[in-house]
Design a protein around this ligand. Structure first.
Ligand SMILES: [Zn+2]
Length: 486
């Protein structure tokens, strides 16, 4: 792939010209040959940094080579070859690698979601946040159901709390068809481009344990073998921005616990389709993450309401996948539901999920798996571990071993899972599991900000002093009554 980079004023444009057999078919296709990032610093950008951003934009479609329009440093080219197996050129020994800012703040890829909010809380004051905002420069409306208003509001909120946060608009997600990040790590591009101007010295994503180690997908894979450490780790190191993923040992349940007690957490929402303070409550993220919230608070809707919520199209579609994405998080929620003394236990979907995951006890997932913090730069590791310990319990050696030993087979072999799958399919089918909730309004199930978690006693935050009391969620019946009275 050939890359032409044009940097005019505060705009960086990258133009890609596929070579030979490129673009390689890699699940998603390459739909465009140009992308814009704006604003970027007006001062010159280091060629290694521009090359790293370009590489992240087109990594899936490369045929092993990336040819920039200006030379990169020898060290950087060697790091890309070592980690990603990509030959990067041209190389000029006269180009010095980017000098690292010693002791500078960490740059966090921030999107207003729960996971990156937890990362911000753990990294603490001084962290710089970079929001990569999906944008079209051709005046056309954004495609799809996505809404950036909640993320924009979250950026404003943390800025008001004193966090240095920048927004960089880009259409790089349109490079891919279907629209989305061409590479999981590409949302760090704004942080990389602003590194010199802002004096940052490391990069961090809101990457949680299940993504960092594939826990919950097929089988545990050490974080050291991930793209963050093995694949792109050397390249980030070579541009003076080593990877410092502070929540790589924390599950989705753990990030909820941290964010709920964080002053940055009031506006945190992982839903990309909702409005500020109003998650859509229909998408897969809303489905999965709300189950975590209900489990942590031990406050569940009545069985038929819960079933009706999970029968919604996008959520049910994901629950029918084999295996379910992040199935271990569902195992945790189903376990919490089965053990709950407050739930009515009537949800057929939750019963079937518990059966499907063979009742695997995923309760260690509310604790932190500290080995995943090991690859962090030494100077950042100690304060990160201290912050994690303030928020969460630490897994015991036996629990750490449970993580390392986990494979999807613990949820049962395919033949034995067949029966549980058909029970799940029936529970998800409104014809076979009618709930009688014809005017169901998912919005009325959005977790309240006042919800207190009963799992994972904290040593900090309002919940530690008992200032917060569990409050019942608003169920559809009440919501309907309220509307009727208005
Ligand atoms: Zn949603």
């Amino acid at each position: 792939m050939r890359v032409e980079a044009s940097h005019e004023g505060d705009r960086l444009t990258l133009r890609f010209t596929p070579q030979g057999e490129e673009p390689r078919q890699a699940g998603a296709s390459m739909a465009r040959s140009e992308t814009v990032l704006e604003p970027v610093p007006e001062s010159p950008l280091h060629p290694d940094v521009v090359a790293l951003v370009a590489l992240l934009c087109v990594r899936p479609w490369l045929d092993g080579q990336l040819e920039m329009d200006r030379p990169v440093s020898q060290v950087f080219a060697a790091s890309v070859l070592a980690g990603e197996g990509v030959e990067l050129g041209p190389v000029d020994p006269a180009v010095e690698p980017r000098t690292r800012t010693e002791g500078g703040p960490v740059a966090l890829a921030y999107s207003g979601g729960v996971d990156c909010t937890a990362a911000l809380e753990v990294l603490g004051e001084g962290t710089r946040c970079y929001y990569q905002q999906r944008h079209r420069f051709d005046g056309q409306p954004l495609e799809g159901p996505f809404d950036t208003s909640a993320a924009v509001a979250a950026v404003k909120h943390i800025q008001q709390l004193g966090v240095q946060a920048r927004t960089v608009r880009t259409d790089l997600e349109l490079l891919r068809e279907p629209v989305g990040f061409p590479h999981d790590l590409v949302n760090i591009a704004p942080a990389l481009l602003w590194a010199d101007a802002d004096g940052t010295s490391a990069v961090c994503w809101g990457t949680v344990l299940t993504s960092a180690t594939l826990l919950g997908a097929t089988a545990y894979r050490p974080y050291e073998e991930s793209a963050f450490v093995a694949g792109f780790g050397p390249a980030f190191q070579a541009v003076g921005m080593p990877v410092a993923n502070v929540i790589a040992g924390v599950s989705e349940m753990g990030t909820h616990l941290i964010a709920e007690r964080s002053r940055y957490g009031a506006v945190a929402s992982s839903c990309q389709r909702g409005r500020p303070g109003q998650p859509c409550m229909e998408c897969w993220k809303c489905g999965r993450k709300t189950l975590s919230v209900w489990g942590l608070a031990d406050q569940w809707p009545e069985g038929p309401v819960l079933d009706r919520f999970l029968q919604q199209r996008a959520i049910a579609w994901n629950l029918r996948r084999r295996p379910i994405r992040v199935e271990l998080a569902l195992a945790w929620a189903a376990g919490a539901y089965a053990r709950s003394t407050t739930a009515d236990g009537r949800s057929r979907v939750m019963q079937a999920l518990h059966e499907l995951t063979k009742g695997v006890d995923a309760s260690p997932l509310t604790k932190v798996f500290l080995p995943a913090v090991d690859p962090m730069p030494a100077r950042l590791r100690e304060p990160a571990v201290a912050a994690l310990r303030r928020h969460l319990e630490v897994m015991s050696p036996a629990e750490e071993q449970w993580v390392r030993d986990w494979t999807i087979e613990q949820h049962g072999g395919e033949p034995e899972r067949k029966k549980a799958r058909s029970a799940l399919a029936a529970a998800l089918d409104p014809e076979r599991n009618p709930t009688g909730l014809d005017d169901f309004d998912p919005q009325s199930l959005a977790p309240s900000q006042d919800l207190a978690f009963t799992v994972g006693e904290p040593s900090v935050g309002p919940a530690a002093s008992g200032a917060r009391r569990p409050r019942l969620l608003a169920w559809p019946r009440r919501a309907r009554e309220r509307r009727a009275g208005c």
